[in-house]
Design a protein around this ligand. Structure first.
Ligand SMILES: C[S@@+](CC[C@H](N)C(=O)[O-])C[C@H]1O[C@@H](n2cnc3c(N)ncnc32)[C@H](O)[C@@H]1O
Length: 210
């Protein structure tokens, strides 16, 4: 078990962000596979598809400033975002439940979170989040959506009963067309939710309307 150390967290993150720069090669291979059929998460088994360092810092600040403890993540990949989330809940005395469909990615993420000394604050559920979170039953302080985009809305609706007055929802890749149904739903429910685009229009932050 690795011991927590702030510099170590930053070193692990820097190494992972650096390695993710080669994603263009991995994504290229994935796209070739999907020429003759719809794209699938397994086409990108070797790609990080991560948030940026700036987004990670925004996530970390939001969670710390709002004293969020119960954090749920949709889409672990190799754990870059999970490390930012875990580093924040470590300060708040909370926990991250993260979900990843592809077993090899989840296992690599667990190793990376261990390397950062943050595994005590993370549980990675392996499999389809619609199944692995089916029996989730705790209040959610912070929901981070970054898995397959057409599942943002069904996953959000499945977890909606666990939102409370201070819940925050950060949805990445809102510039991708498959997030349209999620966007329409949240924006239409103006009596319940207030949303703002952040990160130059790439992400949307939603809170419950006062
Ligand atoms: C954009 S990547 C996540 C990147 C990660 N949040 C980061 O910043 O490092 C999306 C991930 O969601 C996973 N995924 C896709 N559909 C899923 C599902 N139904 N349940 C759980 N994970 C899923 C993919 O395998 C992929 O690794």
């Amino acid at each position: 078990m690795k011991i927590y150390n702030e510099e170590k967290v930053e070193r692990v993150l820097d190494t992972l962000h650096e390695d993710s720069k080669k994603d263009y090669l991995r994504i290229g291979k994935g796209l070739v596979k999907s020429i003759f059929r719809p794209m699938q998460p397994s086409d990108f088994e070797h790609a990080y598809l991560p948030i940026s360092k700036k987004q990670g810092e925004t996530l970390r600040d939001l969670i710390i400033e709002n004293e969020c403890k119960n954090v749920v993540e949709f889409g672990t990949s190799f754990g870059i975002s999970t490390i930012y989330l875990a580093d924040a809940v470590r300060k708040n005395g909370g926990k991250v439940i993260s979900t990843e469909l592809i077993e090899s990615k989840a296992k690599k993420a667990i190793r990376n979170v261990e390397e950062a000394g943050l595994i005590d604050f993370v549980e990675v559920k392996i499999g389809d989040a619609m199944k692995t979170l089916e029996n989730y039953a705790e209040p959610i302080d912070f929901l981070f959506l970054d898995g397959w985009k057409d599942l943002y809305l069904p996953l959000f609706q499945m977890l909606e009963p666990f939102f409370h007055a201070k819940t925050l929802i950060y949805a990445d890749n809102m510039d991708m067309s498959d997030t349209k149904y999620y966007n329409d739903y949240v924006v239409r429910k103006q009596s319940l939710y207030t949303s703002q685009m952040i990160e130059g229009g790439k992400a949307m932050l939603t809170s419950l309307a006062a």
